[in-house]
Each structure stands twice: as C-alpha cells, then as structure tokens.
Design a protein around this ligand. Structure first.
Ligand SMILES: [Zn+2]
Length: 302
C-alpha cells in the first residue's frame, strides 16, 4: 500500500488541484482532481453518515471534473433529487473552481447500494453562465451502480463522447479522474482508447486518493507519451450573500415573512452550504417590503 509521507511544503502531493493531461499519440485527454481542504470545509459544516459522505465526495470530485471538461464561464450545479434515503444533493463549482456542496437525508443511513441510496431519482446538470448567455440544463436518470456510471452515460448520450470516470472519497479527501476520447481526430492506433480505458480500471481507490497526478499517470500509462499541464487550484467558497437572503425572503412572500417576525421578533436564516447566520430585525424587514424597494439580482459577490 502507498504510504502517505508528510510532504515538505505540500510539494509532493496535489492539494486542491485540477490537472489536465493529453495523450500525445492518441486522441485521448483527461483530468485528475484532488480535493483536500475544499472537501474538509464541506465536512466541517455538517456531520454526514458515512454512505452519504462518500456519495457527496464523489459528486464533488465529479463536479470539478465536469467543470473542466464542459468549458463555460459561470457556475456548474449538480443536483440530485430522489425519493431514496438521500433526498437532496447539491454541488456547485464555478469556472474559477470555487466549490460548495451539501446533502440532505432522512432516517438512519446504513451502507447500501448506490441505487438504493438514491431510489428513483434524477440528476439535473445546470450550467448557469455569466450574464448574457443562455442557461443550460440537462436531466440524467440515475441509471447505473455509481456516480461515475451515471455521468459516463450522460456524456455518451448527450455529447456522443466515449468517457470513463473514476471517483473516490474518504474523510480527508475526494479525488477523481476522467478520460475522454476526442472526436474528429484520426488515429492510427485504433486500440488506444480501449487500452487506456482498461488501464484506467486498474487504478485502485487508494492510488486515486493518495497519489499525485503525475504518479497516477506514470503508474497507468508509462508506455504512452503523456503531456501533463500545470495544475490549477480548487477551493471552497460559498456564494451566499445578504442580498441573496433578502431575495429569498421576497420569494417566500411578505405574509409568510411577517408571520415569522410576529412570532419571533426577527427572522433568522442559516446558509445550508456554509453555515453563515443571517438575522434580519423588524426595521430591516420593513425596508425589505417597503414600496419601491428592489433587490439586486444576479449578484454572486461574497
Ligand atoms: Zn453560504
């Protein structure tokens, strides 16, 4: 087993980073992501039962990989809604690779297969672009035995691209690797894709979680000519704002908000992603619903 040696100034291991690689002699490219502090920032905010935690970690690594593969400016949101024990799962990743995530569940969660955890559910992939561009939304049925299989199916159906994905998470880190066949490129080596995908399957969970990208690629593809690009950082950042909270209260409606105010003398809201507490007193609520008051829209400032 690979031993995790304490790295000197974090040089040896890839912390919170996304790395792109290409096969020089075959039409194949991919990404490897490692989330450390980013993932722990999610876990610090809520105690998840182990099966939920594993699932959320895999979705988080997957969101980072998808953000890198589907080029856009804005936010990518993966949202699972299901009638299974894990009711809701949301992961967001911006094109600057700032991430946040949460899951909601009910009842006691014991280890159980993927299909049972999520029941009859669906995954909604949303790309919320920066102003002026159209919002994209794709719905994926949760068919398969893993997060990776569901997303491989998505790429096959919606993008007609052969894709393989490997994901893993534990209490310290979440990691993933995606491999994709590039379209419209002639290659003399027709077996290259099958071989690369097969070798990818020999990667163990430990290796994916613990090894730096360059070692993963060497371990799998030392016979191929692989170019690894410079790593880019990934971080945890919540996009909640006071303006966003005010907008949500507006949507909730004046009657509802006023009834909370009457009962409690103030309105308390906690951000479910980061735990930030927002409190609005009577004067602020009055201002919020004063005639002519409008809240800013489209703001993602922190
Ligand atoms: Zn927040």
């Amino acid at each position: 087993m690979y031993m995790d040696v304490i790295p000197t100034r974090g040089i040896d291991r890839d912390h919170d980073s996304l790395e792109r690689f290409v096969f020089e002699e075959a039409p194949i490219h991919g990404r490897i992501v490692h989330l450390d502090a980013t993932w722990r920032a999610v876990l610090e905010r809520r105690a998840y039962p182990e099966p939920v935690r594993e699932l959320l970690g895999e979705f988080m690594a997957a969101a980072a990989l998808l953000t890198a593969m589907l080029k856009f400016d804005g936010r990518l949101i993966l949202q699972v809604q299901s009638n299974g024990p894990v009711r809701l799962l949301v992961v967001e990743c911006s094109s600057e690779r700032a991430m946040r995530a949460l899951a909601q569940w009910h009842g006691e969660i014991t280890p159980m297969p993927f299909a049972q955890l999520l029941g009859h559910g669906r995954l909604v992939i949303t790309i919320d672009p920066q102003q002026g561009k159209e919002r994209y939304q794709g719905v994926v049925e949760l068919e398969g035995d893993s997060v990776a299989q569901v997303l491989e199916g998505y790429f096959k159906r919606s993008e007609q691209l052969d894709t393989r994905i490997w994901l893993a998470s534990d209490t310290e880190r979440a990691a993933g690797m995606i491999l994709q066949k590039l379209p419209d490129r002639e290659s003399e080596d027709t077996d290259a894709w099958d071989r690369a995908a097969h070798l990818g399957s020999t990667l163990t969970r430990e290796e994916l979680l613990m090894l730096p990208a360059k070692d993963i690629l060497h371990r799998l593809y030392h016979e191929d000519d692989i170019r690894l690009f410079q790593r880019v950082p990934v971080s945890f950042r919540c996009t909640c704002t006071r303006t966003g909270v005010e907008r949500a209260l507006h949507i909730m409606g004046e009657t509802e908000v006023r009834s909370i105010l009457t009962e409690k003398g103030k309105v308390d809201i906690d951000c479910e992603f980061c735990g930030t507490h927002y409190e609005l007193d009577m004067v602020e609520i009055e201002q919020l619903f004063a005639v002519g008051h409008t809240t800013e829209t489209g703001s993602t400032r922190h």
